[in-house]
Design a protein around this ligand. Structure first.
Ligand code: GDP
Ligand code: MG
Length: 439
């Protein structure tokens, strides 16, 4: 999608006659790209008007950077749509906050409710899970396994077949035990059956959730609008979580769902791993959709790592990035699991890791860590210039780590690039911290 939009804009700026007709043609091309990315057709047509109105092509000064102006207009219009200008429910410490999940089967409810529980647990909430999916065989087992892995208390039943009873009993028990975040997982059917909606409403009435979250698969496509409307009518959810944003889908359906229900997206799922959950950020979501890279997301991710991050964060906020910072990052990436995801957020690294599967990537990472471990403290805390001034250091490190000089050089190139990026991350981090107060 990003490529198509960019090429549409490029065609315009390259063409000799920058007339209004060429501009119209470009907007049409962008619109088609958005529809192909599953943004709702009606939405695209109103976007089209909005962009035309905001750019005022005829009034642009002759020497204005038209490409930038147009790209920014597209970006702003999309951000405006996914930004529903509504503050989601913010759980309070010291009381029982009940959060209920709804969504179709396979959307990612069970996976995501454990991720969300862990997210709150890591922020000091006393957190637990209730499995009210008695419809699917094995549903309780799945939740049990996830919860055990994350060390989160759970409730469910193998014998009780009424999900309403299980939900009510579980929530009551955990409320008595003064749990602060009680997340209720429910079942989803294949289609939007009456039975599903009736069950959802009964559970909702029984547990009185403070927040109902609809889980939506990013690949839902043009069906997103109708589906989210139907769920909104039946269960009046107050927040959306989009899952599988790491997949191939462009995610245009998600935009349509927000526009149709005026409900904020609060988190996005970015993988199958327990930690693959990120706070939703409209700017970063749209830049990804448009293929502009994701510095904001990277900054959030760095913050969520917590471990070994104090100095790196301090350096980053000062716009610095040493070899030791790179080493800490590499160790954390190893800890975080799926490499492709982290790598895709770091422009240079995605090139280096390109085409490798996770196993290749992991062994490459290990070698990079060995290289760092063969350095002296002085070298680690340097900005890397020391190696350029005294190249024999590279030979020594390569020999010590059992790698090659070429690999050492590669690592230093990586660090230099990160150091250049640190300045950009600095401003993005400030923005992310501002957003931290909300859910
Ligand atoms: P439910 O039926 O709504 O409870 O869906 P599940 O939680 O069982 O998830 C269905 C499948 O989607 C599982 O294989 C999950 O691992 C997978 N899944 C969930 N969230 C994500 C995500 O963010 N990224 C990826 N790649 N897979 C996910
Ligand atoms: Mg499930």
């Amino acid at each position: 999608l990003g490529r198509r939009i960019n090429s549409a804009v490029n065609d315009l700026t390259r063409s000799a006659t920058l007339d209004e007709k060429a501009f119209d043609g470009m907007i049409k091309e962008i619109s088609n790209a958005l529809v192909e990315a599953d943004v709702n057709i009606k939405l695209v047509s109103s976007l089209r008007k909005q962009i035309k109105a905001s750019v005022k092509f005829n009034e642009l000064p002759a020497r204005a950077n038209k490409k930038n102006i147009i790209q920014k207009a597209v970006f702003d219009a999309l951000v405006d749509i996914v930004n529903p200008h509504q503050v989601p429910y913010n759980p309070k410490k010291g009381k029982s906050n009940v959060i209920m999940f709804v969504g179709l089967q396979g959307a990612g409810k069970t996976t995501t409710c454990t991720k969300l529980a862990r997210w709150y647990q890591a922020r000091g909430f006393k957190t637990c899970l209730v499995c009210a999916d008695t419809f699917r065989a094995g549903a309780f087992d799945q939740l049990k396994q996830n919860a055990t892995k994350a060390k989160i208390p759970y409730y469910g039943s193998l014998t009780q077949t009424d999900p309403v009873v299980v939900a009510r009993d579980g929530v009551e028990k955990f409320k008595k035990d003064r749990f602060e975040i009680i997340i209720v997982d429910t079942s989803g059917r294949h289609h939007q059956e009456e039975a599903l909606f009736a069950e959802m409403q009964e559970i909702q009435a029984a547990v009185q959730p403070h927040q109902t979250v609809m889980v939506l698969d990013a690949s839902i496509g043009q069906a997103a609008e109708a589906q989210s409307r139907a769920f909104k009518e039946a269960a009046d959810f107050g927040a959306i979580i989009i899952t599988k944003t790491d997949g191939a889908a462009a995610g245009g359906g998600a935009i349509s769902a927000v526009a149709a229900t005026h409900t904020p997206i609060v988190f996005i799922g970015t993988g199958e791993h327990l930690l693959d959950l990120e706070k939703f950020n409209p700017q970063s979501f749209v830049s990804k959709l448009l293929g502009m890279g994701d510095l904001q997301g990277l900054a959030e991710h760095v913050q969520s790592l917590k471990l070994d991050q104090k100095d790196t964060m301090k350096n980053l906020t000062e716009g610095k990035f040493t070899v030791r910072d790179l080493r800490d990052q590499l160790t954390n990436i190893m800890k975080m699991g799926p490499l492709s995801k982290m790598a895709s957020m770091i422009p240079g690294l995605s090139g280096m890791m390109g085409g490798m599967d996770d196993e290749d990537g992991a062994s490459k990472l290990k070698r990079m860590i060995y290289i760092c471990d063969s350095m002296t403290a002085k070298e680690l805390d340097s900005d890397g210039k020391i190696f350029v001034e005294q190249p024999t250091r590279m030979t020594r490190v390569a020999r010590g780590s059992g790698t090659s000089v070429r690999e050492v050089e590669e690592l230093l190139t990586q660090q230099r690039m990160m150091s250049g990026m640190a300045k950009k991350v600095k401003s993005a981090t400030t923005n992310a911290q501002k957003a931290q107060g909300q859910m």
